[in-house]
Ligand binder design. Structure first.
Ligand code: C2E
Ligand code: MG
Ligand code: MG
Ligand code: MG
Length: 281
């Protein structure tokens, strides 16, 4: 149909699978939303401040417990949810749940991933406004956007971003370095924070990899941006990031994403999680 009525389109087995699985994912995701208490869960990955030497935030990551397939990774369904428009409902569910869970952690910031499709609807800003009125302070809420979202920031999306920043909500550029932007874009980006993608963190043990991360950190800092490094897995990576002046780190070295009550248990320790979280520096 997309190709026009008068053209033949070969229906390959591949396409068949694509279309079928997208429709199936749509149907099953709708069922998951209807059964959200059992099938959907938000896990949280601690974000650790290298300045304060403590956990300062968490990133909310959606988990889908499929009744037959078990745990399905977001990488396997977020795109389908975007293509079918379901991401709007799904994303609203995650945002509300994360803000609800964050009530138990008054000293932590909660970062929520937001799809550009969510930003296209005026309703998104209204929901955020409502949540802020409900009690979470704007500084504690962070929205993670990808470069694609920011690049497409024309019209509705640009308006939504401006409104969100007006409300005082923090915006972070997720997966920095994987999109279109070049280093020189850093000074034009309308965000408060940059999250360095884990593919870059993973390469700091090479000379060019280290130089690149050092350049990103230097430029971001010179432009008054805050920095979080993603996917920190080794003490060497951590030591490097600390040395070049990255503000915060997140990764398996500290903790994998965990259920909300596990975050509460970390905070309940006398050290505020310091003993379990403290990395071997
Ligand atoms: P992201 O926002 O960049 O999230 C970080 C991903 O890296 C998470 O994968 C996390 O589990 C993983 N990770 C964290 N530390 C490490 C590490 O040390 N090593 C390695 N190898 N991986 C690490 P996850 O949970 O599978 O999520 C994948 C992506 O799915 C996210 O990437 C995000 O783009 C998307 N996503 C997840 N939840 C949501 C959501 O609620 N809404 C939207 N729109 N997207 C979401
Ligand atoms: Mg993220
Ligand atoms: Mg990321
Ligand atoms: Mg990433």
């Amino acid at each position: 149909k997309i190709e026009g009525r008068s053209r033949y389109v070969f229906f390959t087995p591949d396409m068949d699978l694509d279309v079928r699985s997208r429709e199936e994912t749509y149907r099953e995701l709708r069922l998951a939303l209807a059964d959200c208490d059992r099938q959907l869960e938000v896990h949280y990955q601690p974000i650790w401040s290298l300045e304060k030497n403590r956990m300062v935030g968490v990133e909310a990551l959606l988990r889908w417990q499929h009744p037959e397939q078990g745990l399905v990774a977001p990488g396997d369904f977020i795109r389908s949810a975007e293509e079918t428009g379901l991401i709007t409902v799904l994303g609203e569910w995650v945002l509300r749940r994360a803000v609800q869970d964050a009530r138990a952690w008054p000293d932590l910031r909660v970062a929520v991933n937001v799809s550009p499709i969510q930003l296209r609807s005026r309703k998104f800003v209204d929901i955020v406004r409502e949540l802020l009125q409900g009690g979470i302070s704007a500084e504690r809420l962070e929205l993670e956007l990808t470069e694609t979202a920011l690049m497409a920031a024309s019209g509705d999306v640009a308006d939504a971003l401006a409104d969100l920043r007006q409300l005082g909500v923090c915006c972070a550029l997720d997966d920095f370095g994987t999109g279109y932007s070049s280093l020189s874009h850093i000074r034009d980006i309308a965000v408060d924070r940059i999250k360095i993608d884990r593919s870059f963190v993973n390469a700091v043990d090479t000379v060019p990899g280290a130089a690149l991360v050092e350049a990103i950190v230097g430029l971001a800092r010179a432009n008054g941006l805050r920095l979080t490094a993603e996917g920190v897995e080794t003490p060497d990576q951590l030591a490097f990031l600390q040395r070049v002046g990255c503000h915060e780190v997140q990764g398996y070295l500290f903790s994998r994403p965990v259920a909300a009550d596990a975050i509460s248990r970390m905070l309940a320790r006398p050290s505020g999680g310091g003993d379990v979280m403290s990395p071997p520096l």
